[in-house]
Structures are given as structure tokens and as C-alpha cells.
Design a protein around this ligand. Structure first.
Ligand code: AMP
Length: 271
């Protein structure tokens, strides 16, 4: 992979990387499209990174659709798909881990111990294995995007980290590979997550700027949905991920499925 990427860059190509865990959907493909606009070669990595899953999490049942992913990426015109095995990424004896402090600590960092260490380690390895000019991440995973931006700067990677907007279903639910876990009733209940963000963004737009009242509005919408259990709901600063701020970040359990979403309340909610 590195030989190919280096050859491309020697020949004057620019290389864009889109890291994914596969089970591709229109959210992933929006990153691929943007990468194809900005670069002459696009590499998509497909790797379900065991390091970023906790022991009680869904690594074993994480959806995999490799043939469909390859077909989609071929049609999109990507130059390469990098699909390493777990043994290639973490051969016996590999013990190095990357820890981002600060922005990686609250919220997802607290709810999923070790998660961002796994993310940071795999992203650093992908940057080294591909040496891209640019790498693309989704706003859907806002804290991950902030962690990756921090890592890219702090480790002098020279990689430009580009954040792309969240792609949503018609009812507002953010596209996620984990939506495949939802039964029909749960799928309906999951719409409460974006509805809560929409309600607070509308209130903000109507002049309600009291952050605690806005947070309570978010909670009210979610608590009205019997199948939803709030893991956290916070209004944070978009750089530090600590309060106060207008970025509403949510983690919600719908049945056994844990979903995350976010929206900057100072911006109108799309759709
Ligand atoms: P994943 O396969 O879940 O690790 O996601 C791979 C990349 O796609 C990450 O940068 C995600 O933030 C991004 N992504 C996932 N869902 C969406 C979405 N609905 N809209 C935009 N980007 C997304």
C-alpha cells in the first residue's frame, strides 16, 4: 500500500484517505465523493478495528458486507481499497498505543474506556501505511473527528483532516452501520434522537440561548420515548468537548443498540 501511495505522490498525484469499518452506507459514500473531488487518488480503508471495541461491545456482531462494499467503491471510482487483516494491523508483539489527552477524555472517552486509544492507534497506523495528503472523517462522530485533528497536529503527520457533514435519513436519523441492529419499533424510536436535536436547534433559533434550558428540552424529547435510554446529553464546546458550548452531543440506547449524534444548536437543523 505504502509503495503504491508513494509512487502516486512521486508522479504528482494527491492522495485522499477515507477510513471506515465497512458496512458502507450513504454517509461513508459522501466522504468518498468529497475525497474524489479534492484528490486525484482516493484510498478507502475497510477495517473493523478490534482495539476500539470494549470487551462487552459489539465487535463480534458488527455488520460486514465486504463484497457490496467493494462494488460500491469500484463504482465510485476509488483507486484502492485497503482491507488489512487484524494480524497485519496488530501482529503478535505489537504493543504500542497512541493516547490523546484532553479532548479524548470526556463523554465517549468516559463511556467507552480505551475507545479513543484504539481509534488514535489505528488512525496513526493508517496515516503511516498510506501517507495521505488528506483524510476524511464524518461530523457524525464529532468527538472522534476532534481527537483525530488533535493527533494529526500533535504527531506532525502533515495530513490535512477534513470533516464532512452528517448524512441523515428522511426522518432525521443519522446514517450508521449500527442502525442495522434496530427492529422496526426501535427504528421508529430512534427518530427521537434527531428530533431532540431539532427541537433544541429550533428553540435556539427562536432566541432561547440558556444552555441548561436547551439541554432540558433535549432530555424532554428523549424521555418521552419509552424505548430510549439516555447515556449522556451535553452542550459542549466543539474544540474541548466540555461545557459550556452550543454543540449538543448525545449517546442514546435504543434497546441494546447504542447510537450517537450531535448538532451545533447555533445552526439550523437540516431538512
Ligand atoms: P465507521 O465505519 O462507522 O467507522 O465510519 C467511518 C467514517 O464515516 C467516520 O469518519 C464516520 O464519522 C463517517 N460517518 C459515519 N456515519 C456517517 C454519516 N451518517 N454521515 C457522515 N459521515 C458518517
Amino acid at each position: 500500500m505504502l509503495e503504491t501511495s508513494r509512487r502516486w505522490r512521486r508522479e504528482g498525484d494527491s492522495v485522499g484517505l477515507v477510513p471506515t469499518m465497512g458496512a458502507l452506507h450513504a454517509g461513508h459514500m459522501s466522504l468518498v465523493e468529497r475525497a474524489c473531488q479534492d484528490n486525484t487518488k482516493v484510498v478507502v480503508s475497510v477495517f473493523v478495528n478490534p482495539l476500539q471495541f470494549g470487551p462487552a461491545e459489539d465487535l463480534d456482531r458488527y455488520p460486514a458486507t465486504p463484497q457490496r462494499d467493494l462494488d460500491l467503491l469500484r463504482s465510485a471510482g476509488v483507486a484502492a481499497v485497503y482491507m488489512p487483516s487484524a494480524e497485519t494491523m496488530y501482529p503478535a508483539g505489537a504493543t504500542t498505543r497512541i493516547q490523546v489527552h484532553g479532548v479524548a477524555e470526556p463523554l465517549e472517552g468516559e463511556a467507552r474506556p480505551g475507545h479513543f486509544e484504539g481509534v488514535a492507534t489505528v488512525v496513526a497506523k493508517l496515516f503511516n501505511a498510506i501517507e495521505p495528503d488528506r483524510a476524511y472523517f464524518g461530523q457524525k462522530d464529532a468527538q472522534q473527528a476532534a481527537v483525530v485533528k488533535r493527533l494529526a497536529r500533535d504527531l506532525d503527520t502533515g495530513v490535512e483532516v477534513c470533516i464532512c457533514p452528517t448524512v441523515r435519513e428522511a426522518d432525521g436519523l443519522a446514517l450508521s452501520s449500527r442502525n442495522a441492529y434496530l427492529g422496526p419499533e426501535e427504528r421508529k424510536a430512534a427518530a427521537s434522537i434527531s428530533a431532540a436535536l431539532r427541537r433544541a436547534a429550533n428553540s435556539y433559533g427562536a432566541g432561547e440561548h440558556d444552555l441548561e434550558r436547551l439541554r432540558r428540552e433535549v432530555l424532554e424529547v428523549l424521555e418521552a420515548e419509552p424505548l430510549a435510554r439516555v447515556d449522556y446529553a451535553a452542550l459542549v464546546d466543539a474544540e474541548t468537548f466540555r461545557p459550556p458550548g452550543t454543540l449538543a452531543v448525545l449517546a442514546v440506547r435504543i434497546g441494546k443498540t447504542r447510537l450517537i449524534d450531535n448538532h451545533d444548536l447555533a445552526q439550523p437543523f437540516p431538512g
